[in-house]
Design a binder for this molecule. Structure first.
Ligand SMILES: [Zn+2]
Ligand SMILES: [Zn+2]
Length: 581
């Protein structure tokens, strides 16, 4: 792995120091790999006894001693055979397997002073003394090479920064993020759960509140796509194996697909929606003045991810994309991409994410070495993408050569309430699928020409987006998204009739509302409504019933006083319509 930034080099170097410390403390421990990752680093170890919290403290202490020695990192090389023999002597089977998987005859090593060495291509910082601020964070199980059939290893996560201040503020953010973790909040707020053991890993079950949240998001998406001149389509979840051969997925994506036989014919569950949309495009003769055609689908797809990489809603095996494919002429790419970017920014703003300045980040990935399509095609498309980005007047980065083999793309990343960056929209040009499926349109000269296909998603995976929303808001959603928008709490049994009247008025206004008329104390019912983070609690008793009012409590803001019912309905409706955060 080539590390591009100094921070990555620092963190990866810290992972060497950690592995060295672990082997100094427990020499029997076998080492595997230890890359820098976003926000830190890890190292995977094979050790019988589990690492405890206390062990992490011990490791940190030894790491500090190693760092004090200020030993230099230096690179050296060995032949494959020598390297395999060396690790054989040291009883490091994982390292041997890694070397066996390398194509090179010469194997690169990095040593720390004369104390410790690791199979590694680097790069590293100059010496360990440059590690000024680090912290070991957690231990998790991980499978060797992410494969559930291989041995279970122990992964120690840590992080490092150039200064103590940066480390401190990161740890503070991490604590807050822990409290907002959607894997914790999801079940706690009764939104969703996973029944890993019974139903399978990486498959989401939406409970009523979660399903309501998702419905709200989906309704919003449908409405917005229609407003932006997309046409809705729906395509089957299973498609013939032959279709996946034409699309190239059978060749390039097979490991991630679920195949099965029907009447002796191969079928696969769709991992992507593109081929379905292509078949609809192909159903008619298309002319230049029919283009662009924009098909939108809330398309559910299944991808066989390794169990080791599954992570709450962020990485699952079944998810739904807000997926669209735009079939257009070459001269329409720029306009279409501009529209998609504008659309994406509007959507993000509606969901309460900041879409200005440094909070939003665009990346343009350009032509790789092994590209398909013609050079002029790539140039036109890449230029079109870049001018669309310039048009937004927002900053963007170019990832030279990082595009897919079939076309350049734009990724949009945004920051949440804790300043963490999330990938959301992608806009991808494709010269390959139109060719594989023989797509065409009749141009103005009456000749057949191949359209360009643009794949685009704004939220990406709805599952992932919900995970991100839960963490962004810490589960306290804006009123328009909240599964239950108002909870009516009648003070005593004699106020039930008025509570029903209030509920009826709110429901007629399109508000999602329930009554808590359990025979529990008022205090307890208010507390429980607050724990569920329901935006509005409406308490009704004698006075409210007599005067036609409600006593309003707003989540996070407390008592808002008494308000005439009609005025409250108008206010909450306005908040919903304006999607106020
Ligand atoms: Zn290294
Ligand atoms: Zn697609």
């Amino acid at each position: 792995m080539a590390y591009k930034t100094d921070l990555d080099k620092l963190r990866h170097s810290c992972s060497h120091v950690m592995a060295q410390a672990v082997q100094e403390l427990w020499p029997q421990t076998k080492v595997t790999i230890g890359p820098a990752i976003e926000n830190g680093f890890y190292y995977d170890f094979d050790r019988k006894e589990p690492f405890t919290e206390n062990d992490l403290v011990k490791i940190e202490k030894v790491m500090r001693k190693i760092i004090e020695r200020k030993s230099k990192f230096s690179q050296y090389f060995m032949s494959r055979e020598e390297a395999i023999a060396l690790f054989g002597k040291q009883n490091e089977p994982y390292k041997i397997e890694l070397i066996e998987g390398l194509a090179d005859q010469e194997v690169s090593f990095f040593k720390t002073g004369e104390e410790w060495f690791d199979l590694c291509k680097g790069p590293h910082i100059d010496n360990v003394g440059q590690i000024k601020a680090f912290k070991l964070l957690s231990v998790a199980g991980s499978y060797w090479r992410g494969d559930e059939h291989r041995p279970m290893l122990q992964r120690i996560y840590g992080t490092a920064f150039f200064t103590q201040e940066e480390l401190d503020s990161y740890l503070k953010m991490l604590k807050e993020a822990g409290q907002r973790d959607h894997r914790k909040l999801g079940p706690q707020l009764d939104l969703f759960d996973f029944y890993h053991e019974t139903a399978g890993a990486g498959l989401v079950f939406y409970h009523p509140s979660g399903a309501m949240l998702r419905k709200t998001i989906e309704d919003y998406l449908r409405e917005q796509h229609l407003k932006h001149d997309y046409q809705m389509v729906m395509t089957p979840h299973i498609l013939k194996g032959k279709l996946w051969e034409i699309s190239g997925h059978a060749e390039h994506y097979k490991e991630n697909m679920y195949y099965f036989d029907v009447d002796e014919e191969k079928f696969a569950v769709k991992p992507m929606n593109c081929p379905g949309h292509i078949l609809i495009y192909k159903s008619k003769l298309r002319s230049y003045n029919n283009l662009p055609i924009r098909y939108f689908e809330l398309g559910s797809v299944y991808r066989r991810e390794k169990v080791g990489v599954l992570h709450g809603l962020l990485r699952v095996r079944g998810f739904t994309q807000d997926d669209a494919h735009i079939f257009c002429r070459q001269d329409q790419i720029e306009f279409e991409v501009c529209q998609v970017i504008k659309f994406a920014l509007e959507v993000m703003k509606d969901f309460g994410f900041p879409v200005v300045g440094r909070d939003i980040h665009f990346e343009l990935s350009t032509r790789p070495d092994d590209y398909m399509g013609s050079l002029p095609q790539w140039e036109t498309a890449t230029q079109a993408l870049e001018s669309s980005l310039k048009n937004t007047q927002l900053p963007y980065a170019i990832n030279e050569g990082d595009g897919a083999f079939y076309g350049p793309k734009i990724d949009v990343k945004l920051k949440d309430a804790l300043g963490r960056q999330w990938q959301c929209a992608t806009i991808q040009c494709d010269f390959s699928l139109p060719q594989r499926f023989g797509l065409s349109y009749v141009n103005s000269q009456g000749k057949e020409e191949q359209p360009i296909m643009i794949h685009r998603a704004i939220l990406g995976s709805i599952e992932r987006f919900i995970g991100m929303l839960v963490e962004h808001y810490g589960g306290a959603f804006p009123v328009w998204l909240a599964p239950i928008q108002a909870l009516i709490v009648p003070i005593a049994a004699q106020h039930h009739a008025y509570a029903l009247f209030v509920k009826d008025d709110l429901q007629k206004g399109g508000v999602r509302v329930i009554i808590d008329q359990r025979n529990e104390s008022l205090g307890k019912r208010i507390r429980e409504g607050t724990i569920k983070k329901i935006p509005y609690l409406l308490i009704v008793g004698d006075n409210e019933a007599k005067e036609g009012t409600v006593a309003v409590r707003r989540y996070g803001q407390g008592d808002q006083g008494v308000c005439p019912l009609a005025a409250f309905v108008a206010k909450i409706r306005e908040e919903i319509c304006l999607r106020q955060s």
